[in-house]
Design a protein around this ligand. Structure first.
Ligand SMILES: Cc1cc2nc3c(=O)[nH]c(=O)nc-3n(C[C@H](O)[C@H](O)[C@H](O)COP(=O)(O)OP(=O)(O)OC[C@H]3O[C@@H](n4cnc5c(N)ncnc54)[C@H](O)[C@@H]3O)c2cc1C
Length: 406
């Protein structure tokens, strides 16, 4: 019989979910062997600054790692980087990597996150068409941005919106920003905020183009031509797009794990349909702690919280996941935090402060609060969570102070 390196806990994916799981396991089990396997060459690091603070001088690459190598060593967590896991055999409980290593596990965590959704329209040139997920992507983008020129940013979600902000504050760049909806973050923001945000991009010199559905990107005479379905076309030097992410589900498919909403279906302890495999982060679909319905979130706080819960469960704790994750973004001087499900297509109630600078938006399901977005309102996330947990009914929202307005 072949013997492989054996680990009590094998964590796949060296992102925030795996990192939080490792720390949580160690808080309960001081002796079990932990190995974290990562496809990237970095130990777990903060991703949010890649589209924000690193561009604006608020963050530095050196400060991105979640923990130093020395701290990981002190925690007795082994880490192997730059070697993606390519196979999972749930019967043998083994994981194999692209470099040909095979590891045997007692318990495994799948926390491989996702990769940028690719464009499906014809693109006749690749080398000046960028997207962003990793530090390596950021470095490539930064090198390109330093050359200046005219850039087209595509995508009305968080990534596109934040990149357009970041690029519009770099020297020598002429930024055109194309979104398929009514404006940046239109899937979340109610019309009153959408107007404010759109005006802010324009004030920063961004050529914002709405209702633009991409048709193709072609190389023509040394430049790129971005063509939209309505016939509009933009000539530019390079393009960056952010049109969502695809969960990295290949290993889950190989292991025939139960899936839901594109992620690995797990229970309230983050355990998958295989009793030796857990999942966390962007890749995990778990029961919403308030509503019980399946939910898969692609946010930092969710990755850390589900990773932490998975780690505790792997080390033997049986409490159910009860955290309502928070997400956040910064658009120029505007900032927001949000909890729960926030979609502008839901029934919304907006409470705007008299000066228009702050707002609380309640997203309703059957008239009950399902999500709350706090626009330039801080330290109210727990109050928002309480409203959601109580399934509070909101008929009308008026501004008498954040979260006390009905
Ligand atoms: C540019 C950017 C900005 C963001 N900003 C915000 C923000 O402001 N607020 C917010 O809430 N969220 C933000 N997010 C989202 C947040 O970063 C993610 O939700 C979070 O990183 C998910 O963590 P994860 O551990 O599930 O996956 P990831 O962070 O994707 O980590 C998974 C790791 O697994 C590795 N991996 C993949 N496949 C394999 C394999 N086969 N073998 C080994 N390793 C593998 C990957 O390379 C990766 O390193 C941002 C994301 C990006 C890309």
């Amino acid at each position: 019989m072949t013997t492989y390196d054996y680990f009590d806990y094998l964590l796949v994916g060296a992102g925030p979910a795996a990192a939080a799981a490792a720390v949580a396991i160690r808080s309960k089990d001081m002796v079990g062997r932990i190995l974290m396997l990562g496809a990237e060459t970095e130990t777990p690091y903060q991703r949010p600054p890649l589209s924000k603070g690193l561009w604006l001088g608020k963050d530095k690459e050196a400060n991105l790692p979640l923990m130093s190598n020395a701290d990981w060593t002190a925690l007795k967590v082994d880490i192997v980087l730059g070697d993606p896991v390519t196979n999972l055999d749930p019967q043998q409980r083994t994981l194999s990597t692209s470099a040909g290593k095979t590891y045997h596990y007692h318990k495994s965590l799948l926390a491989m996150g996702g990769r940028p959704r690719q464009l499906t329209v014809p693109v006749t040139i690749q080398d000046r068409v960028f997207t962003l997920r990793t530090l390596a992507d950021y470095r490539r983008l930064r090198t390109q941005a330093a050359e200046g020129g005219k850039v087209v940013v595509i995508g009305g979600g968080f990534l596109g919106a934040e990149l357009a902000v970041a690029l519009s504050q770099q020297q020598g760049l002429d930024v055109h920003y194309a979104v398929s909806g009514d404006g940046p973050l239109a899937q979340i923001l109610p019309p009153v905020l959408l107007e404010k945000v759109s005006a802010r991009y324009r004030a920063a010199g961004v050529q914002l183009e709405t209702q633009k559905t991409l048709q193709e990107i072609r190389a023509e005479g040394g430049r790129l031509v971005v063509r939209f379905e309505d016939g509009h076309a933009l000539n530019c030097d390079w393009v960056v797009y952010g049109i969502g992410m695809e969960p990295n589900r290949a290993l889950a498919d190989v292991a025939d794990l139960k899936m839901a909403l594109g992620g690995i279906a797990v229970d309230a302890q983050m355990r998958s349909s295989d009793p030796h495999i857990w999942a966390a982060g962007d890749l995990a679909t778990y029961p919403d702690p308030v509503w019980g319905t399946p939910v898969r979130l692609e946010h930092w706080d969710n990755a850390e919280a589900t990773g932490h819960a998975a780690g505790l469960a792997m080390a033997g704790e049986t409490t159910s996941f009860a955290h309502q994750s928070l997400f956040y973004s910064d658009i120029y001087e505007f900032g927001f935090e949000a909890v729960g499900i926030c979609r502008s297509s839901m029934e919304c109630r907006t409470a705007l402060s008299p000066d228009g600078a702050q707002a609380v938006i309640y997203y309703l399901q059957d008239r009950r609060v399902r999500g709350v977005l706090l626009w330039n309102v801080w330290k109210k996330a727990d109050a928002a969570r309480a409203l959601i947990a109580a399934r509070t009914e909101v008929r009308q929202a008026s501004w008498k102070g954040p979260l006390q307005n009905w």
